[in-house]
Design a protein around this ligand. Structure first.
Ligand code: AMP
Ligand code: MN
Ligand code: MN
Ligand code: MN
Length: 305
């Protein structure tokens, strides 16, 4: 069984590792199939493809699109997309432009609370990334001593009801699923438990999503408890949706799950990769793990995968 991780971020959005460092880390962790799913941008996929070949990893070209549905923010993953599909690239550009306006509004809010220079600070954290996200604000605020880590700075400053929160309208579910499907990809609802939807609203979302041609939901995610994994496995099966699994890796120290350390999908699930052509990776994971850990000096878990 190959080691599959279908949700990860690089410096192109709010991850810590460049696409090539991400792929090198994935190889150390014994990942065979990795989706790079940066927020609202596909600019990391060409570098990631080149590194994937060197690392003997199957790269799934992906994206994580920010959507507003019934006044809530949802994240929709596109897996197996064509990153050159014009409606997709133009749509993502529109979202990134909106992020810039939101970033200025967040900075203006923080100004009112006596926290100055956060637009410049977040931009510096974003580095070469073409978008600014709350994570970049969070890293700036941590660097200024406002909280100990990214997790707690979110709670204190960046979520609803807190000084740096600005509500924002992203794109519609219809648009996001349409761009993904139009580019030949499969749409997957990321970390569904994070949205805290009532059962009725969740049912409505899944029905709408399926009618739009959505393919699956993330069942195994670092955002899910084991109980939530079981709940979403049952829901995916009942709704006839594929199940996906992803660590939502953002970098060392910023994610609950390291790459390649995901629990298996519950047995009743139909994996999203069911009809994908995946090379036979039997036994290769351990070889890559051992070779690469010596070369990179990154810590290996010490046993084969
Ligand atoms: P944005 O799309 O700019 O609103 O930022 C969303 C990103 O912020 C997510 O993808 C996570 O990387 C990060 N994030 C959201 N909520 C939290 C939280 N409570 N703690 C840490 N990171 C978070
Ligand atoms: Mn993120
Ligand atoms: Mn997300
Ligand atoms: Mn993500």
């Amino acid at each position: 069984m190959p080691n599959i991780d279908l949700h990860s971020h690089s410096t192109i959005s709010d991850g810590v590792l460049s696409p090539s460092h991400l792929l090198a880390h994935a190889a150390v962790r014994g990942v065979n199939v990795l989706a790079l799913t940066d927020h609202d941008d596909v600019a990391g996929l060409s570098e990631a493809s080149r590194s994937a070949q060197q690392e003997n990893i199957t790269l799934i070209r992906g994206v994580e699109i920010s959507v507003t549905w019934h006044g809530r923010t949802l994240h929709i993953l596109g897996l197996g997309i064509n990153p050159e599909h014009p409606p997709l690239t133009e749509g993502l550009k529109k979202i990134r432009d909106g992020r810039m306006d939101r970033a200025r509004a967040i900075a203006a809010q923080l100004d009112k609370f006596g926290i100055y220079g956060s637009f410049e600070g977040a931009s510096a954290q974003a580095g070469t990334s073409r978008l600014i996200g709350r994570t970049h604000f969070a890293r700036f605020l941590v660097s200024q001593g406002y909280a100990r880590n990214v997790k707690s700075v979110f709670k204190k400053y960046l979520v609803k009801g807190k000084p740096g929160h600005v509500s924002h309208v992203w794109v519609s579910l219809d648009e996001a699923v349409g761009w993904i499907r139009g580019s030949g990809g499969q749409a997957v609802i990321a970390h569904p438990a994070r949205y805290k939807l009532s059962n009725d609203l969740l049912e409505q979302l899944l029905c709408e999503f399926r009618e739009l041609g959505g393919a699956g939901i993330e069942v195994v995610s670092s955002s899910h408890t084991p109980e939530q994994t079981r709940q979403f496995a049952a829901l995916a099966t009942r709704m006839n949706l594929y199940a996906s699994c992803g660590s939502d890796y953002h970098g060392p120290g910023e994610s609950y799950f390291d790459l390649g350390r995901l629990p298996a999908l519950p047995p009743e699930c139909t994996p999203i990769w069911n009809k994908w052509e995946i090379p036979d990776y039997a036994e290769t994971g351990a070889t890559i793990l051992n070779e690469r850990s010596e070369q990179t000096g990154l810590q290996s878990p010490g046993k084969s995968v």
